[in-house]
Design a protein. Structure first.
Length: 107
């Protein structure tokens, strides 16, 4: 019998269904947040005056940042392992700390 596992992103602010995972950096720290369409727009609107005044650095969307391929390979390995353990995990977006911890303990 075939089975299908569906993972839903949850908005990190209010627990509603999320549409998108947003990555951003501030003061040398990188962050990711899962947000609904409305919250994505709220975040972009709030940051707009700062983005317009800022200098752009780093990745421009055409290149991957140094080291991101290794991070991507690691994330793929974690996803593959979690699926083999029958854990619920999405094909994209952030991998939960619980799954990363379980993977680290198993390896």
């Amino acid at each position: 019998m075939a089975s299908r596992v569906v993972a839903l992103l949850t908005d990190d602010l209010d627990g509603s269904e999320a549409e998108e995972t947003i990555s951003f950096s501030l003061e040398s720290f990188s962050y990711e947040i899962d947000l609904s369409k409305a919250h994505v727009q709220d975040l972009r609107d709030a940051l707009e005056p700062y983005v317009k005044a800022a200098r752009r650095t780093g990745r421009d969307g055409r290149r991957r940042a140094r080291g991101s391929t290794t991070d991507g390979d690691q994330t793929k390995a974690i996803r593959d392992w979690a699926k083999s353990q029958k854990m619920q995990i999405s094909d994209r977006g952030r991998v939960s700390a619980e799954i990363r911890d379980a993977y680290a303990k198993a390896h």
